[in-house]
Design a protein around this ligand. Structure first.
Ligand code: BDR
Ligand code: CA
Length: 305
């Protein structure tokens, strides 16, 4: 599957990208970066580092530094650490981002791989919305847009009703939903039901000393956030679940609902199920085979160096 990951790395973004790099059925064409867990500058540096760690020769295109309409928000340093990888110090990549902006790169790749390209957005979905605005054919050129975002039938994580990625750019997600593209939401409805624990990260380090060791060190701070703030032992398998949903939708229970995102006010970022003609149809992951999704993540990630 030809895949582009749009990302704000981020600990679970790193897990998703290293998974995608190792998954034999994924042809990872490139990464696009976006603000969110960190600034877009840090996201771009981290994405370049991950590409180099994975030994991939793929482009990284820098994207949006803020959302479409909401004033700049501060990155989630308390969740992912100031540099995005917990308390692992920032490392400078050798390479640079390409000159093309993320939205332009997405448009070009969707034209080049018409009906074949899947875009997996695991940060605020600003770049994808910009690509839709840039090219009226983008939504039909892409095969599918799978996003980590939303909390449709469950509480939010950044506010009581909103998931972080949708909260950071609700207008962008409404543009994506309205575009007519085939959209799948992999939200907290499933990702909080699949936890990765300290033991899982130790297991990854044992089997894949380099990547697993990096993830174990990076996850330390992230697991601490889940323990002290959320009150659970383990982090949600958010971004990796979205990547797995791209290639293995059969592992998920997907319902079609008309969805609209609340753009402002106290419920900003909430993914609402609409009746009648309100909202736009999207596939919503509401459950699935959690054990198999996690087993797949572990099995493939263990094959990393
Ligand atoms: C999402 O927000 C970010 O913190 C994670 O990387 C994930 O994409 C979870 O709500
Ligand atoms: Ca993310």
């Amino acid at each position: 599957m030809k895949l582009i990951i749009d990302t704000d790395p981020g600990v679970d973004d790193a897990m998703a990208i290293l998974y995608a790099a190792a998954a034999p059925e994924i042809d990872l064409l490139g990464l696009t970066t976006v603000f969110g867990n960190v600034t877009v500058e840090t996201a771009t540096r981290n994405a370049l580092r991950l590409v180099e760690m994975a030994g991939l020769k793929i482009p990284v295109a820098r994207g949006a530094k803020g959302s479409m309409q909401i004033p700049m928000m501060t990155p989630s340093a308390h969740v992912h650490g100031a540099e995005g990888f917990g308390d692992v110090p920032a490392a400078e990549p050798e390479g640079n981002a390409i000159d093309e902006q993320a939205a332009e790169y997405l448009v070009r790749m969707a034209r080049q791989h018409r009906n074949e390209l899947v875009v997996c957005a695991i940060g605020p979905i600003t770049n994808v919305a910009q690509a839709i605005q840039l090219d009226p054919d983008f939504a039909t050129n892409v095969k599918k847009i799978v996003l980590m975002g939303g909390a449709v039938f469950v509480p939010g994580n950044i506010t009581p009703v909103a998931e972080a990625n949708t909260y950071h750019d609700p207008h962008a997600l409404n543009i994506v939903l309205a575009s007519g593209a085939d959209v799948i939401l992999v939200g907290l409805d499933v990702t909080m039901k699949i936890l990765c624990t300290a033991d899982d990260f130790r297991d990854l380090e044992h089997h894949a000393p380099e990547f697993g060791g990096f993830l174990r060190r990076a996850s330390h701070f992230y697991l601490d956030f889940y323990r002290t703030v959320v009150g659970i032992e383990g982090c949600g398998l958010h971004d990796p679940a979205a990547v797995i949903a791209c290639t293995h939708p059969e592992l998920f229970a997907i319902e079609t609902h008309r969805i609209e995102v609340v753009e402002d006010g106290a419920e900003k970022g909430r993914t609402l199920v609409c009746q009648g003609q309100q909202g736009f149809p999207a596939g919503v992951c509401v459950g699935g085979n959690m054990d198999q999704i996690k087993a797949r993540f572990m099995e493939i990630s263990r094959t990393n160096p």
